[in-house]
Design a binder for this molecule. Structure first.
Ligand code: GTQ
Length: 376
C-alpha cells in the first residue's frame, strides 16, 4: 500500500476521495497523532480503500525440474522425524509472500518429499491441508484413523483438526507431493493451534481406503451412519476417475471460454467444496486451446498435472510443462494456452474460493477487449 496525500489515480480527483494537500501544520498534526498511536485516515484513505482489489502478491512460477532437485537435496540433508515434515516451502515472489509464508494470498504451499520406509510423525493443526501427489509409488496418509493409499495425480484431503501422519511403504518409491494449506488465513485470523500425537503413527481404525470406497462413486451408501463432518467424506479423488470425467464431459460440452473443461473436487453430500476454506479443480485444455482472459477475487495455485503450454498472468507470459507450479493472485487477468497440437493439457489447481463465497465476495470479470485476450 502506498500512503499518499497527493493524487496519483486520476479517478481520485472527485468528491468522496481524499485530496488533502500537506501543510506544515498538518505535518505537525500527523506527528502528534503518531505519538498517540493514531493517524489521519485521509492521509492513506485511497490506499486503504482502493477502487478495486490491489493484490500484494505477484504471479510466480516454480519449475519442477529445479524444485524436484531441491526436494532431493532435502532428502539427503534432513530426516523427516527431525524436520517434522520434510517440506520445501514455496514463497511468493513478493515481500508479502515472504512475510506471510504464503504461496499466494491466503494460501500456503510446499513440496513434501518422502523416501520408501519413512514416516512423517502424526500431528494435527487448525489449518486444513490438501495434497496433490506429483510422483511416487506406495505413498499413504492416515487421517483420523482412516488409512488412504495415494498414487500420482491423486488429490487428498487433510481437514483442519484431524490427526494425520504420512508415509511411503518400504517397497515403494520416493514420493513428492504438493501440499496446500490455509496457514496464512488461520494465522491472520489468529486461530491456528498445533498438537503432536502421542505416538509417531496412528493405528488404522478402519479398513484401508474405506471412505473413498464408500463415498467415491457418486452413489451414497445407506445404513452406515450419517456423515456429520463439514468436509467431503470422499477424502481422496483418483486421477483416473478425474481424467475420465473430463474426457466424458468433453463429449457432451464445449466447456468454458476461460478454463476449458473443468471439474470441481466436490463434497457429494452438498455439491459444494470438499473443504471449508480451500477448493480445488482439475481442468482440461484441449489441443491448441487458447482461453479467454478473466479475473476474479480469490487466489489460485496451479500444478500442471500433464502437458505443456503457457499462461498470460497480469500481462506476463509464463511457459509451463508437467508439474510446474504457478499462481494467479487475486483480481489479476489470466488466460491459459495449450501449446500441444495433439495432446490435452491438464491443470490441477487449488484456491481460496470457499472463503470468498462464505463472505459473499467472490467476484469475477471477463476481459472484454481484444477478443478476450491480453495484449501480448
Ligand atoms: O502435512 O500437515 O507442507 O503441517 C506444511 C505444514 C504440510 C502437513 C506442510 C504441515 C503439513
Amino acid at each position: 500500500m502506498t500512503g499518499n496525500s497527493t493524487i496519483i489515480d486520476p479517478r481520485d480527483d472527485v468528491l468522496g476521495r481524499a485530496r488533502v494537500t500537506d501543510t506544515p501544520e498538518l505535518q505537525a498534526f500527523y506527528e502528534e497523532l503518531a505519538g498517540r498511536n493514531a493517524g489521519a485516515f485521509w492521509k492513506r484513505a485511497n490506499a486503504i480503500e482502493p477502487w478495486e482489489p490491489e493484490t500484494r502478491y505477484r504471479p510466480t512460477l516454480w519449475r519442477y525440474a529445479e524444485m524436484r532437485a531441491m526436494c532431493m537435496r532435502a532428502l539427503e540433508l534432513v530426516k523427516p522425524e527431525e524436520a517434522g515434515r520434510r517440506v520445501v516451502t514455496l514463497l511468493n515472489d513478493s515481500d508479502a509472500g515472504r512475510e506471510n509464508v504464503a504461496v499466494c494470498g491466503w494460501l500456503f504451499s510446499g513440496m513434501q518429499a518422502m523416501r520408501p520406509g519413512e514416516i512423517t510423525p502424526a500431528h494435527r493443526h487448525t489449518a486444513s491441508a490438501h495434497r496433490f501427489i506429483m510422483e511416487g509409488k506406495g505413498a499413504y496418509t492416515v487421517v483420523d484413523g482412516h488409512h488412504i493409499t495415494l498414487g500420482a495425480n491423486d488429490y487428498v484431503l487433510t481437514p483442519g483438526g484431524c490427526w494425520h501422519d504420512h508415509g511411503v511403504v518400504a517397497d515403494g518409491e520416493v514420493s513428492i507431493w504438493q501440499d496446500g494449506l490455509d496457514i496464512p488465513l488461520m494465522n491472520s485470523l489468529e486461530t491456528n493451534f498445533y498438537a503432536v500425537y502421542d505416538q509417531p503413527a496412528q493405528t488404522a481404525a478402519f479398513p484401508t481406503d474405506d471412505l473413498p470406497l464408500s463415498y467415491g462413486g457418486g452413489l451414497r451408501p445407506e445404513g452406515i451412519g450419517a456423515w456429520d463432518k463439514p468436509w467431503s467424506p470422499v477424502m481422496v479423488y483418483r486421477w483416473d476417475a478425474t481424467r475420465d470425467a473430463l474426457w466424458k464431459l468433453a463429449k457432451v460440452s464445449d466447456g468454458t471460454p476461460f478454463d476449458g473443461h473443468m471439474v470441481r473436487y466436490s463434497n457429494p453430500l452438498t455439491g459444494g467444496w470438499a473443504l471449508q476454506t480451500m477448493g480445488a479443480h482439475m481442468q482440461m485444455l484441449k489441443p491448441g486451446f487458447h482461453g479467454q482472459a478473466h479475473r476474479h477475487t480469490g487466489n489460485v495455485v496451479y500444478n500442471v498435472a500433464r502437458g505443456r503450454g503457457y499462461s498470460i498472468i497480469g500481462g506476463e507470459r509464463f511457459d509451463w510443462s508437467t508439474h510446474d507450479i504457478f499462481c494467479v493472485p487475486a483480481w489479476t487477468w489470466h488466460e491459459h494456452v495449450n501449446l500441444d497440437a495433439s495432446e490435452e493439457a491438464f491443470l490441477f489447481s487449488f484456491n481460496d474460493f470457499p472463503v470468498m463465497e462464505a463472505l459473499g465476495v467472490r467476484i469475477e470479470e471477463p476481459y472484454s477487449e481484444n477478443g478476450g485476450h491480453q495484449p501480448a
